[in-house]
Ligand binder design. Structure first.
Ligand code: TXA
Ligand code: MG
Length: 317
């Protein structure tokens, strides 16, 4: 068992985080979406430790985080649409899945042996500083045990992974609080996972609707693991009122809510609060959790995606 160190977001904390990454260790780091569990994506031993620490199935590939597009192009091949979306939304809550370069030098564990790679340039200043100083690829799934609620604070990371990883760089709470939107740019631009960048924004940039992933049952698209983001208690969706024994989570004005995603009905606020509320429900040892309906537009799509998976029958991989 390791002692997981909490690193401050100043120069000395960043320097220690870099030491951990360069030595092949695991360091969780904040992005504007959620905390990532970072390791050098070229180092197979380090990447193998990510899967072990999370209990993640090895058929589920990792996102590679980099500081800028020039570095991204060392690992992936960007076609016209990929470049257009990258230039419009990076740095930001967006991951692009593009063909893997043959000479990428990435550990094959990162891509689970696929010939595509998920790449992201995150937007927060702290993640940028870390990645720019590292000047290489950082593999980073969300820093939570596989299948559980994603972390939006260093405390969440420690609650799930303390003793399994060397360090967490504490940058405070994540601004967006939901994972990145994943767009596949291998063929026609495809929405693989709704997330912190609304699909409407990407479609407006491309001037065309995004394709839907082929439902062929293969894990080439994320989130085909139907149970994910699961709190300890069972979850009921589209609940218009509280039932006996439930913690009721409201959205907009509602009577008798125990917690609220956003009292004013603001989808950005709800996205930021979602994982924090699921962590709170775990801490409160809730028996059951019920969520008020959330509109299915803008960030509501990603919120409903996470909620549906949180409510899905639990599957152990
Ligand atoms: O906001 C985020 O995206 C966060 C932060 C830390 O960057 N990361 C994150 O990673 O959510 P993770 O591992 O929890 O989710 C990444 C998803 C997985 O569902 C995986 O299947 C998918 O990305 N993915 C990665 N590479 C892929 C590829 N080559 N093809 C299809 N899906 C891919
Ligand atoms: Mg995740």
């Amino acid at each position: 068992m390791l002692t997981t160190e909490r690193l401050n977001p100043m120069q000395d904390g960043i320097a220690k985080a870099l030491d951990v990454l360069r030595a092949g260790g695991l360091c969780a780091f904040p992005t504007e979406t959620v905390y990532g569990l970072g390791a050098d994506a070229r180092n197979t031993d380090a990447v193998a430790r990510i899967f072990a620490a999370k209990g993640r199935p090895q058929f589920n590939p990792l996102i590679v985080h980099v500081a800028n597009l020039e570095i991204a192009e060392r690992y992936g091949v960007f076609n016209g649409a990929a470049k257009q979306i990258a230039q419009a939304f990076w740095p930001g809550p967006l991951t692009l899945v593009v063909p893997l370069r043959e000479d990428s030098g990435l550990s094959p564990l990162v891509t689970s042996g696929l010939d595509s790679v998920g790449i992201r340039i995150p937007g927060s200043d702290l993640s940028h500083e870390l990645l720019a100083a590292f000047n290489g690829p950082v593999a980073g799934p969300s820093a939570n045990p596989s299948g559980k609620v994603s972390p939006t604070s260093a405390d969440h990371v420690l609650a799930g992974l303390s003793g399994e990883i060397e360090a967490v760089l504490d940058g405070g709470p994540c601004e967006i609080g939901l994972e990145s939107t994943i767009i596949g740019c291998v063929d026609a631009p495809t929405l693989l996972r709704p997330g912190g960048l609304p699909r409407e924004a990407v479609e407006a940039c491309l001037g065309a609707p995004l394709a839907e992933p082929a439902a062929n049952g293969e894990i080439t698209a994320p989130g085909q693991l139907s149970s994910h983001y699961a709190p300890n208690a069972p979850v009921r969706l589209n609940a218009d009122k509280k039932r006996e024994g439930e913690i009721y989570v409201g959205f907009g004005p509602c009577d008798g809510a125990d917690l609220s995603l956003s009292a004013s009905g603001d989808l950005h606020e709800a996205a930021t609060n979602l994982f924090e509320i699921l962590h709170q429900a775990n801490a409160m040892e809730a028996e059951k959790i019920a969520f008020a309906p959330i509109p299915e537009h803008g960030l509501g799509q990603a919120i409903n995606d996470r909620l549906r998976r949180a409510a899905a029958p639990r599957v152990k991989y």
